[in-house]
Design a binder for this molecule. Structure first.
Ligand code: ADP
Ligand code: MG
Length: 332
C-alpha cells in the first residue's frame, strides 16, 4: 500500500516544498500539518472518544482550509517535523494585543506539542520533541554530552558575574558568551560584554564557553550516519558564522570525529541533525559545537550538489521498513 508521510511545517517554506516533491517522486502520499496561523485556517480535534467505535485511543482530526477532503491523520505512517510553527507575540500595536497574541500563541504551540506527542505514540516522528528540545536547552545538552565523554568546549552556565569572570580568567580570555536558548549573536565574553550586560546578566543566565576557532565544519546526519559534510568558509573577523558563509567545500569527516558525531546524535536521539563542529588551532582538537534538529538543507543541497530532501525521504522509508531510527542497529 502507498505510504503516507505527514510533514509538520509551513506550506510556504521551500524546505517543506522540496520534501513534498521528494515524497511525490517516490510515489508517496504526503500532507502538510501547517500550524503557522493555527487555528485560523485549521480545525484540530483531539478526542478521547473515538465516535462510538470500540477502538481504544484518542481520535485526532485535522482539517486545513486548502485540503478539501481533510487530512487523514490516521493514515500517516510517519511524521517529519520540519519546524513547529505559531505566530507567538506577533501583535505589536498595544500591550493588550501583545498579551493576547502571546497567550493565544502559547496555547496553539501547546496543542501542537500535544498533537506531535500523540502521533509519537503510534508512528515514527523525525525528530521527536524530546530530541528537538535540546537545541533550546543548551546547558542540558552540553553537560549531557560532556558526561558521555564527547568533546564539547568547556562550558559554564551562570548569571553570577564573578563566576563568569573567573572562568574567563581560567581560560586566559578565550571565552564566548551565548544565550542558553539559542538564536542570538555569539560574542567574546570580554570586558565590553560584561559592561554591556551588567544588568541583563543578573536576570538572564548566559552560557560561557571555551572559544574554539580554526576551521569550521558542518555535517548532516540521518540515523547516526553522516550523509554530507563540508568546511565552511566565512569572514573570520566575526565569531558567529551564521549568515556570513562565503563558501562550503564538501569533505570527509575524520574517523575519530565521525565516531563522536554518531555517539552524540544517538545520545541526543536526533534522527536528523545538522552538526556544527570546529577544529581549534589553539588546542589542536576538534570540538562539537551545535546540534540543529531542524537544520536548513535546501541551500546546502545547492552548495554541495546533493538532493537532501530525497535523502531525508529515503531515510524515512528506511525507518518504516526497519522499525528503528539507527543505521548501526541494522547495518554491521
Ligand atoms: N564555543 C564557541 N567558540 C567559537 N565560536 C562559537 C562557539 N559557540 C558558538 N560559536 C559561534 O556562534 C555561532 C552560533 O552559536 P550556536 O551555538 O551554533 O548557537 P545557535 O543555536 O544560536 O545556532 C556558531 O555557529 C559559531 O559560529
Ligand atoms: Mg548554530
Amino acid at each position: 500500500m502507498k505510504k503516507t508521510i505527514g510533514i509538520v511545517g509551513q506550506k510556504q517554506d521551500g524546505h517543506v516544498q522540496s520534501l513534498l516533491q521528494a515524497c511525490r517522486q517516490k510515489g508517496l502520499q504526503a500532507y502538510v500539518f501547517d500550524f503557522t496561523n493555527f487555528p485560523k485556517y485549521n480545525l484540530l480535534t483531539v478526542s478521547s472518544s473515538s465516535g462510538g467505535s470500540s477502538v481504544a485511543g484518542p481520535a485526532i482530526s485535522f482539517d486545513d482550509i486548502t485540503e478539501l477532503a481533510g487530512i487523514p491523520v490516521k493514515d500517516c505512517d510517519l511524521l517529519l517535523v520540519r519546524n513547529l510553527g505559531s505566530s507567538i507575540g506577533l501583535a505589536t500595536d498595544t500591550a493588550e494585543a501583545v498579551r493576547h497574541s502571546t497567550q493565544a500563541g502559547c496555547g496553539a504551540l501547546a496543542l501542537e506539542h500535544s498533537f506531535i506527542r500523540l502521533m509519537q505514540k503510534h508512528i515514527p516522528v523525525i525528530n521527536n520533541l524530546t530530541a528537538a528540545r535540546f537545541h533550546s536547552a543548551k546547558a542540558w545538552l552540553f553537560f549531557l554530552l560532556h558526561s558521555q565523554g564527547i568533546r564539547v568546549p568547556g562550558t559554564l552556565v551562570t548569571n553570577d558575574p564573578a563566576r563568569a569572570r573567573a572562568f574567563v580568567k581560567e581560560l586566559a580570555g578565550r571565552v564566548i558568551a551565548k544565550p542558553n536558548a539559542s538564536g542570538a549573536e555569539v560574542v567574546m565574553a570580554d570586558e565590553a560584554f560584561f559592561g554591556r550586560n551588567k544588568e541583563i546578566l543578573l536576570h538572564r543566565p548566559f552560557i560561557f564557553q571555551q572559544y574554539v576557532s580554526g576551521r569550521s565544519f558542518r555535517a548532516y546526519t540521518l540515523g547516526g550516519l553522516i550523509i554530507s559534510a563540508g568546511e565552511i568558509h566565512f569572514d573570520r573577523s566575526y565569531v558567529d558564522w551564521r549568515e556570513r558563509v562565503q563558501r562550503v567545500d564538501p569533505c570527509l569527516v575524520e574517523p575519530a570525529v565521525a565516531d563522536q558525531l554518531t555517539k552524540a546524535v544517538r545520545t541526543l536521539g536526533l534522527a536528523y541533525c545538522g552538526v556544527d563542529f570546529e577544529y581549534d588551532q589553539y588546542t589542536n582538537q576538534s570540538y562539537l559545537l551545535d546540534f540543529n534538529p531542524s537544520a536548513l538543507f535546501t541551500g546546502w543541497s545547492q552548495l554541495v550538489n546533493l538532493n537532501m530532501a530525497e535523502k531525508i525521504v529515503e531515510y524515512a522509508l528506511w525507518v518504516l521498513e526497519h522499525k528503528t531510527y539507527w543505521y548501526d542497529e541494522i547495518v554491521q
